[in-house]
Write a protein that binds this ligand. Sequence first.
Ligand code: ZN
Length: 501
Amino acid sequence: MEAKLKELKTLLIEIDDLKSAASLLHWDQATYMPSGGGSARSRQLATLERLAHEKFIDPAFGKILEDLRSYEESLPYDSDDASLLRVTRRKYEKAVKVPAAFMAQLYRHTASSYEVWTKARPANDFALVEPILEKTLDLSRQLADFFPGYKNIADPLIDYSDYGMKASTVLELFDKLREQLIPMVQRITSQSLADDSCLHKTFSEEKQKAFGLEVIQCFGFDFKRGRQDKTHHPFMTKFSLGDVRITTRYKENDLSEGLFSTMHESGHALYELGIPMDFEGLPLADGTSAGVHESQSRLWENLVGRSRSFWNFFYPKLQKTFSDQLGSVSLDTFYRAINKVERSLIRTDADEVTYNLHVMLRFNFELDLLEGRLPVRDLAEAWRERYKTDIGIAPPDDRDGILQDVHWFAGTIGGSFQGYTLGNILSVQFFESALNAHPEIPKEVEKGEFGTLHSWLKENIYQYGSKFTASELVERATGGPLSIDPYIRYLKKKYGELYKL
Ligand code: ZN
């Protein structure tokens, strides 16, 4: 059995090598690659992904997994080996349903659509991406159809990012959340808005970068095992457990853009950096789901980074960095500015109260597109309409409308967005559990110390990688299933202090 297990791990690591090489090519495409590299890069990515997929679905690989079945059954459920075999089998059984040639076609298409999106967005040119989106929709449907027997066509796609979740569960959860959020948004936006002009002076990019890096170093980001670069749409990626990259973008006239996206992506990175080295190259060496991953980024970005405790410590430092711009701005004004609630156009910049409304309408669009209720040609117009009815503001152009998010131009339609709201909900649930175990955390944050919080996250979340499913992990870490209650409680308390609720 030991020899078989070794053989399995060797194959898995080879597959991971191919995937990591693809991730590196993708990172390069999104950061430094000159635009001339675009078409060859799409092909290169597709080749690597196809090779990795072929290797994984090879019947010889399946045979080894089968031979190890009785060994797996003899082990405790939560042992590393049993978890490795369980998670690998789950992924294998899914992967064998999809032919390698299809995966190659999908990857080639998504890599080239990303290239077109980077041109279409600044040019505000939806027509340029329309035929591409048609094809993405077609490929997304084809992918789902490799898993017949689904209740909703989005289910197999959601399963890739948030294993165990179904469209119906997500819709039900979103309905409950919407019921709470809509009146909250109405009450807040009927009051006079916070003044956030202090964030919109001119802030040099270089200083923004230095400040952001200092903050995430305090969080525990290890620069010997990671780095930060600039991109169009911030993301985190990993080439190995010793090399986790984050990306960001800065706006000289908006201090929050670079600062909070840096904290956000560092939260994703801390998760990956906290996975044990023993899992290197194996399917256990990833965050367990999109929702849990997002809970980690939102926890550092919002529950820490937008809290008063955090700024009690960091605001004097920020004032020193930007003395001309913030020297005469009080901490209270700054705190209100970074937590200003408003009806806005851009999801990634949205405040904590309205954020989920942006996600919900995207999720609904995914279902409408997949189920054929909404043709792609009507999408840009439908987007403007939905923003008007749901958020109360319509984008003046497609650049800040349908073209704002990279997801549908770099992956499938379906399964791309629910993780953001699941992550918001879970971020508070995890944070509450950490506070119950260590009520001293806010006092430490106030001193710029994050060790206790970071250790709790490592111990209860990071160290398991993908060993447990999202629902198993939530149960273990918080003692109960996913619930919106802590999240609503948190919003009511925090925004009840800032606004009349
Ligand atoms: Zn994120």
